[in-house]
Design a protein around this ligand. Structure first.
Ligand SMILES: O=C(CO)COP(=O)(O)O
Length: 248
């Protein structure tokens, strides 16, 4: 069983004030029983890495380009993230898929590059409300997993985050049974493609309105190996409680 992972995605939020809380968070959790990752905006990565130096907190980007360098104005490459002190990168978040037209094929290329360059990729998938209501959830999840993950995947370099689009930032969460159904399906899909041993080693995160009040019950669901947290990760106190819920 891999160590659980509490990952925070700050999205296009956060600045110096939130950054200064990270040092306090690191002090409050000097040896957490789970891995802890924070993915701030690209502009904060190097300062965050500096603030987290020597602590148990890892730092990640929220996206990277599929190429390692070149004429791509405004983009950030995997080697640049590493150079700034990041060890992870979130890829294929539904907001990237929506705002920037990223497809499974795009995400697969980015994931391949990120992993080849030495980052751990946190690959996001999830159905829309319309897809869930149409009974298509598992079809969508299966297609996204198949398309977004490269064949060369290894358990140590890939994390898969299930984030139902309708649960992100809405305060809505699936029932525990619904989370269990999708996570069981994800594990089985990975096992069919990569073998059971490797599938068991890939961490499956749940994301979407995770907060201190629901973290423990979500973490108790089989095949949930941690969380990808948006809004609550910007509040050090809330994120600390989520880390503690995973820790126990
Ligand atoms: O999108 C998310 C994390 O990547 C989830 O965001 P919220 O926790 O704010 O719902």
């Amino acid at each position: 069983m891999p160590r659980k992972l509490a990952a925070g995605n700050w999205k296009m939020n956060g600045g110096s004030a939130e950054l200064s809380e990270i040092a306090a968070l690191a002090l409050a959790h000097p040896a957490p029983g789970c891995d802890v990752l924070i993915c701030p905006p690209a502009t904060l990565i190097s300062r965050m890495a500096e603030a987290a130096r020597g602590s148990a907190i890892a730092v990640g980007g929220q996206d990277c380009h599929g190429a390692v360098s070149g004429a791509h104005t405004g983009d950030v490459s995997a080697p640049m993230l590493l150079d700034a002190g990041a060890s992870h990168v979130i890829l294929g978040h539904s907001e990237r898929r929506q705002d920037h037209g990223e497809t499974d094929a795009t995400v697969r290329i980015k994931t391949t590059t990120a992993v080849t360059e030495g980052l751990i990729a946190v690959v996001c998938i999830g159905e829309t409300l319309g897809e869930r209501e149409a009974g298509q959830t598992l079809d969508v999840i299966g297609t996204q997993m198949d398309g977004s993950l490269p064949d060369s995947t290894t358990a140590a370099t890939i994390v898969v985050a299930y984030e139902p689009v309708w649960a992100i930032g809405t305060g809505l969460t699936p029932t525990l049974d619904q989370i269990a159904e999708v996570h069981d399906f994800m594990r089985a899909r990975l096992a069919a493609r990569f073998g059971a041993d490797m599938a068991d080693g890939i961490r499956l995160l749940y994301g979407g309105s995770v907060k201190p009040s629901n973290a423990a019950e979500i973490f108790a669901v089989p095949n949930v190996d941690g969380a990808l947290v948006g809004g609550a990760s910007l509040k050090a106190d809330d994120f600390g409680q989520i880390i503690a819920a995973l820790d126990s």
